[in-house]
Design a protein around this ligand. Structure first.
Ligand code: FES
Ligand code: FES
Length: 155
């Protein structure tokens, strides 16, 4: 089936099998390898991408469902020249170790802070409860997101 959507600002027009997940389409066909799967059933959050502004588990969405959508992966959050403020905050607060969960954490964080720059630690924890990390103990991730709020318009 043909599907057409926007990926990280570029128009994509691609043939996919009807059962191809958005995660597999992004990673294996479009070669944006920052997106990867962990559990493949909507539990771990590792595959999270942003679809029309909302954090979405790309393992639970079919590629054909992205028709006409604006999709952003972790690659779309970064700049060539330097780390984005959110990435820099993750580095400063040691919010990653192995990095497996990090693309999903960053996309989840970006979607939340774009909508809710005033999110407090409790709200951040609530949203992060859908993203598993086996390394950090979560506190550095919460602190990195909390500190990054100023870059999203926190007054
Ligand atoms: S791989 Fe999608 S939620 Fe775990
Ligand atoms: S940094 Fe290893 S799973 Fe989160």
């Amino acid at each position: 089936m043909k599907v057409e959507f926007e990926l990280n600002g570029a128009r994509v027009d691609i043939d996919v099998a009807p059962r191809t997940t958005l995660a597999d389409c992004i990673r294996h066909q479009l070669l944006q390898t920052g997106t990867h799967v962990g559990c493949e059933h909507g539990v771990c959050g590792a595959c999270t991408v942003i679809v029309d502004g909302a954090a979405v588990r790309s393992c639970l969405m079919l590629a054909v469902q992205a028709e006409g959508a604006r999709v952003t992966t972790v690659e779309g959050l970064s700049h060539e020249a330097a780390l984005s403020p959110l990435q820099a905050s993750f580095r400063k607060h040691h919010a990653l170790q192995c990095g497996f969960c990090t693309p999903g954490m960053l996309t989840t964080a970006h979607a939340l802070l774009s909508e809710e720059p005033e999110a407090d630690r409790e709200r951040i924890r609530e949203v992060l409860s859908g993203n598993l990390c086996r390394c950090t103990g979560y506190i550095p991730i919460v602190e990195a997101m909390y500190a990054a709020r100023v870059h999203y318009g926190k007054k």
